[in-house]
Design a protein around this ligand. Structure first.
Ligand code: AMP
Length: 147
């Protein structure tokens, strides 16, 4: 199963923010859209980084003023991305290794093509395991009837 299979189901919409937005606006965007991460882009659409709920939690813990601090002050710039053709096992391994739960997906020319969370991957794995069980069940039933 590839990342494209997940994107076909959930769509390619990615909620983004800009480096100059304040952290309280990021918090509002995360809550209003029920997502855990925003990809950071400039006006030209270049990918600059990512900011997630975990980054905000750290700033709250540190006593940062969310109305004064900006995305570019706290975002992760060293962005790890994948492409739609990647196997979901590969992306799972990257997330486990890098200890993050969000993977922006880019196309062959580096444009944002979607985002996959660890939740999307778990859902896809569960559905494929359920399908496999159904196939084995059908197979056993057919085999039993034929004998
Ligand atoms: P998360 O588990 O996704 O909430 O993120 C944990 C930390 O990793 C945060 O500091 C994020 O900014 C960072 N992070 C999340 N996704 C990525 C990614 N795809 N590439 C690099 N860093 C990331």
């Amino acid at each position: 199963m590839t990342i494209q299979d997940i994107l076909d189901q959930k769509g390619c919409r990615v909620i983004t923010t800009a480096p100059y937005h304040t952290l309280d606006s990021v918090l509002a965007t995360l809550i209003q859209n029920s997502v855990g991460a925003l990809v950071v882009q400039n006006r030209a659409g270049d990918l600059l980084g990512i900011i997630t709920e975990r980054d905000l939690m750290r700033e709250v813990y540190n006593g940062t003023d969310l109305r004064a601090a900006c995305v570019e002050d706290v975002m992760t710039r060293d962005l790890v991305t994948s492409n739609p053709d990647c196997d979901i096992e590969y992306v799972m391994a990257e997330m486990t290794e890098g200890r993050f739960r969000h993977m922006p997906i880019v196309d062959e020319v580096g444009r944002l093509a979607g985002i996959v969370s660890i939740g999307d991957i778990v859902k896809a794995k569960l559905e494929s395991a359920e399908e496999e069980v159904m196939i084995y069940k059908d197979f056993v039933t057919l085999d039993w009837r034929a004998s």
